[in-house]
Design a protein around this ligand. Sequence first.
Ligand SMILES: Cc1ncc(COP(=O)(O)O)c(C=O)c1O
Length: 361
Amino acid sequence: MSRAARAVIDLSALRHNLQQVRRVAPQQQIIAVIKADAYGHGIVPVARALADADVFGVACLEEALSLREAGIDKSILLLEGFFHADELPLIRHHKLQIVVHSEHQLDVLASLPAQAFSIPAWLKVDTGMHRLGILPQAVPAAWQRLAACPAVAPLLGLMTHLANADDRGDDTTRQQLECLAAVRPDSSIAVSIANSAGILAWPASHGDAVRPGIMLYGVSPMLNETGLQRGLRPVMTLQSELISIRPCKKGDAVGYGGSWVCPEDMPVGVVAMGYGDGYPRHAPSGTPVLLNGRRAALVGRVSMDMICVDLRGQPDAAVGDSVILWGDGLPAEEIAEYATTIAYALFCGVTSRVKKETIDG
Ligand SMILES: Cc1ncc(COP(=O)(O)O)c(C=O)c1O
């Protein structure tokens, strides 16, 4: 075996997390968000494991095509719709659903003739995120226009995205819900609002279709909370091995820039994992790793291929011992906090040289 850096993807944890979504939102359609290579977990194995989801949500046509090429025939929703009109023939051919979020997209759709397969579409409303979506006052006219497009059918409903749902104390979510309710023509029109934070913390946002992303991968989006506390199981475990142990002397500076100096004679371990693998460059000294199931602290700067760890608490550690960087036993949320980032970015940042291995249970 060569370099040991790998990301182990636990498909049974993924299915468990999907069941947790079903438990919290039992009546709703589940649009499982598997964009960005399933948040870095591998879009095809993740899609296969999430066969019980109702729809897959992806960011672009290329992601949808990778699913179709793998033989996945479930409904797929393009969360940003199309970027250019020349995507529409493939969208039709592969029977994809779209989100319509702009007047420009409406203009393009209005110019299309009817064809054998009409494109199912959600109309996205900007209720306060101020990123994508039709402004609330323009929704009635946009809905009418979309309904009149011969190329579009059925209209799936109104969609919006929550900006601050990870913060229970923030009033923005309530305002966004009120805004959507005000433009919804009647309750027969379906709505899709909730991301993971909405699912976990805002029952009023559940609507008719929920769109879980990060919680499927075992992470809680809520501030100051881990997925484990929510009964979620980590799906990705990033792991590697100790490749060297050095007997350092008091005063030895470890790694680039010598930012960490040994306070006493001590063993320092070197782990085959660095920012070239997607481990965060800004993880500071003190960030935990799990060495043989026990915590040890990172010391010095993260290099491209290696990190160093303090072995004073583990004098028996040996070259070849297993090291977990995040995942099973070490929440990604915790590492993200040390590195002043979010678990989403950690997962998406794992690079292609890290082998992905799937396990099931
Ligand atoms: C439109 C849309 N819905 C749902 C999600 C899922 O969000 P989360 O991963 O926070 O559950 C995303 C992710 O960014 C999104 O862009």
